[in-house]
Design a protein around this ligand. Structure first.
Ligand code: ZN
Ligand code: ZN
Length: 352
């Protein structure tokens, strides 16, 4: 088994070769077909989140240990499975749900494994897809993606389910009201496309980058607004014809969370997804007076991923540009992403 691993936070990935593990019990071994290089891999690689005010949250304190094989957007082919694995056959091509919990606690029992306090996330706390093989602890985490191309299916395990999980938190207003999406990067565009597939009313999209706003307009945004404009709140409420009931913030900086709160109507909801980092001060009386909901959203559940795959199988999302790079270019793909050189997605494919 060959992999490219984080051995030191922020340092180049190291090549490792070791005997390919044999699945035991309920385990299923996949040969990796496509492994997405995701923006959150930059956080895992650097090992920190910015908490604002010069403070940091270290992933090592959350149980991440090195060396780590990253990669949480993995499509693979079943090559072996343990004696207790059910419902799998050699040759099945499946998308691995990566946000795996302990499987035993109350949170896991109610199918919110992504919120488990003892996470076993693939590519974060267990080896992930920057490898030629991936071990999945149980067949229930394997999702049949039908005839979706593998490189399009892979990102659904992360950016797809993250956008879908955030949209679901806004509930019924999606069909009747315009929502505001802050951040027109990969996640924001994915969110816009899924909203369309869900038959949503539409979205007003904000960003500071004109090219990204153009992409959002092409993807069907009702309106696009420069987030740096002095009268940005006025522009948003005008585009929404008065009331903003739902905002999804895919940036998560001090400025964007504040902006999200500022444009909400009474009873509105702000969903924060982005992990850019920062801190905000809220005048507490506004929480009851505006009857606002401020909710975080972290990836999505296994059942949300299955719902999303069903949705996409019947209403395909617009094709996201994908660049295939061989596994040995994993570190180059990561640094390109850090430097903002990636358009669409990079998917790692096996060594020749
Ligand atoms: Zn659990
Ligand atoms: Zn991701």
């Amino acid at each position: 088994m060959k992999s490219y691993d984080v051995c030191q936070c922020g340092a180049p990935l190291q090549f490792h070769e070791q005997p390919t593990p044999e699945p035991i019990g309920t385990e299923v071994l996949l040969r990796v077909v496509a492994a997405g290089v995701c923006h959150s891999d930059l956080h895992f690689w650097e090992g920190v989140y910015d908490l604002g005010g010069g403070r940091q949250l270290k992933l090592a304190d959350r149980g991440m240990t090195l060396p780590l094989t990253m990669g949480h957007e993995t499509v693979g082919e079943v090559v072996a499975f343990g004696p207790d694995a059910k419902g799998v056959a050699i040759g099945d091509r499946r998308l691995a749900y990566p946000w795996i919990g302990c499987g035993a606690c109350k949170v896991c029992q109610r199918s919110d494994e992504q919120l488990c306090l003892k996470p076993r996330f693939l590519g974060v706390f267990r080896p992930g897809g920057y490898s030629d093989f991936l071990m999945v602890p149980h067949s229930r985490y394997l999702v049949d993606y039908g005839d979706i191309p593998p490189e399009q299916a892979a990102p659904l395990a992360c950016s797809g389910v993250t956008a879908y999980g955030a949209l679901r938190k806004l509930g019924g207003i999606l069909q009747t009201e315009p929502i505001v999406i802050i951040g027109a990067g990969g996640l924001g565009l994915m969110c816009l496309c899924i909203l369309k597939s869900l038959g949503g009313f539409g979205a007003i999209v904000l960003d500071v980058d004109k090219t990204k706003l153009d992409a959002a307009r092409e993807a069907g945004a009702i309106a696009t607004i420069d987030a740096n404009a002095a009268d940005v709140v006025r522009q948003i409420t005008e585009a929404a014809h008065g009331a903003v009931w739902g905002v999804i913030d895919f940036v998560g900086s001090s400025a964007t969370v504040k902006l999200g709160i500022d444009c909400l109507v009474k009873g509105g909801k702000l969903i924060v997804v982005g992990l850019f980092g920062g801190e905000i001060t809220i005048s507490t009386p506004y929480i009851p007076i505006k009857a606002m909901t401020l909710q975080g959203s972290y990836t999505g559940s296994l059942s949300e991923l299955k719902e999303l795959i069903e949705l996409v199988r019947h209403a395909p999302l617009p094709y996201i540009p994908v660049r295939r790079r061989v596994l040995s270019e994993a570190y180059a793909a990561l640094t390109d992403l850090k430097e903002g050189k990636v358009i669409g997605r990079v998917v790692l494919v096996p060594l020749g």
